[in-house]
Design a protein around this ligand. Structure first.
Ligand SMILES: [Zn+2]
Length: 434
């Protein structure tokens, strides 16, 4: 497989700490960023690389040459004048295979590209972007997707936000089909997002691959510093989905948000005190934060899946305001007892996903390559604890939420905490992650 690396960037905002070093050549981990990219690509078996160069191209070409030293094959496209972030692609069409990877030269990443490519192929996409939540969604462009992962909207950070949005941000890594390059025809210069991706939305050909893997840009001295710190802790490698992951599974109602019985509207959703801080602590640890929640209100016909999505957008917005995010949300829409007015009959079934069943946990474990025995569940009821035990997780009970915690199950949690923040702190301390 081939990769195109956009390495023509100047790095204006980094010039105060390193004048005259082109951004892709900025040292991280004792070598140029671009070399780290080449290494991650090579680990994925991607050894044919085209570098698009412009600013200080001789420095880059001189360093990498034909790539032999790194056991890859590198060729170049030289921009005589800057063509924008996507303009060069139009000139590369005859050098490219059917599907190829596009990488921006200011990113540090460690990604399992096979999973990414499988998603692209399964969806039959022309453009697949790598999307993830971040700690500052309020000043990021946010992507809107449907339940199939198809991108249906793009919310600019510069516009006024009047609704709640999913915390889903374009990371700057793409898989493109060669066919998609037709969209650039006639454009001398082109901006990747504005001229290429955004106009293609609506045609059903743009998809977002969601992954908790490590992809961060080094565009400012602060961000460069944060990448260097993460590297000391080996975080990028740990988050690569080829490696087994650890997760903290979180119940929703009564654990993250205030328990009010059946919750039917976004307006009724309020975070528990310190819940955002708790989630933020998980984000800064080696654990993924994955929500698993029983939502029988769907089977009862009281909330549609679309309305549930709106409630989750509110959750992500409130968490995001305080710098926290969840890596995944899984819900069970079923309920076993039939015979009520207004119910959705096909969802009134016994299922494996309703907690204490383990279906949701297992689905997340497959999506994120999670080792269950190294993971935890935190919830406010015996049902959550029993689900955790059934799935082989460590268990923690919080005293927020439902009063009657053990009505049906006598399951005993390993950890009992006043609230989510205390539970997370106890877990991280116990696991040496604090
Ligand atoms: Zn279910």
């Amino acid at each position: 497989m081939q990769a195109v690396v956009m390495a023509g960037g100047k790095g204006t905002r980094l010039s105060r700490i390193a004048e005259n070093i082109p951004k892709p050549m900025m040292p991280v981990n004792g070598k140029p960023l671009l070399e780290c990219q080449v290494e991650n690509l090579k680990e994925n078996g991607i050894t044919e690389i085209i570098m698009v160069v412009g600013y200080q191209k001789d420095v880059i070409k001189g360093y990498f040459q034909d790539g032999k030293r790194l056991n890859v094959s590198i060729s170049y496209f030289e921009e005589a004048v800057p063509l924008g972030t996507a303009g060069a692609l139009r000139h590369l069409a005859d050098r490219l295979e059917e599907d190829f990877i596009l990488v921006f030269g200011d990113l540090f990443f460690s990604v399992d590209f096979k999973r990414f490519l499988d998603f692209h192929k399964e969806k039959g996409a022309e453009i697949t972007l790598f999307a993830h939540p971040n700690s500052h969604p309020y000043d990021s462009d946010l992507i809107e997707i449907n339940s199939n992962g198809c991108v249906i909207g793009w919310n600019s950070k510069n516009g006024k936000r009047e609704k709640n949005y999913r915390n889903l941000v374009n990371a700057g890594l793409y898989i493109l089909s060669k066919k998609s390059l037709n969209r650039l025809e006639g454009l001398q210069t082109a901006d990747m997002e504005k001229d290429f991706v955004q106009p293609a939305i609506g045609g059903g050909q743009v998809f977002a691959y969601q992954s908790p893997e490590y992809v961060k840009d080094i565009g400012t001295p602060e961000r460069l510093q944060s990448v260097r710190e993460d590297l000391v802790n080996n975080l990028p490698q740990k988050r690569n989905l080829r490696e087994k992951q650890k997760a903290i599974f979180l119940d929703r109602d009564g654990t993250i948000n205030r328990y009010i019985g059946f919750l039917r509207k976004p307006e009724e959703f309020e975070l528990e005190e310190n819940a955002a801080e708790a989630v933020k602590r998980i984000n800064g640890s080696g654990y993924l934060a994955v929500v698993i929640t029983n939502q029988p209100v769907i089977a009862r016909g009281e909330v549609t899946e679309e309305e549930l999505e709106d409630i989750h957008k509110k959750m992500e917005t409130l968490l995001g305001k305080e710098g926290g995010y969840v890596d995944g949300i899984y819900f069970c829409p079923h309920h076993p007892d039939k015979g009520f007015e207004g119910e959705v009959e096909e969802l009134k079934i016994p299922c494996r996903c309703r907690k204490p069943g383990t279906g949701l946990i297992e689905r997340a474990a497959e999506d994120f390559h999670i080792s269950l025995e190294d993971s935890w569940i935190i919830g406010d009821t015996g049902t959550d604890i029993q689900a955790g035990l059934n799935a082989g997780l460590h268990t923690a009970l919080v005293m927020t939420g439902e009063e009657d915690k053990f009505s049906k199950y006598a399951a005993c949690p390993e950890v009992t905490a006043a609230d989510l923040l205390e539970a997370v702190e106890m877990i991280l301390r116990r696991e040496g992650e604090a």
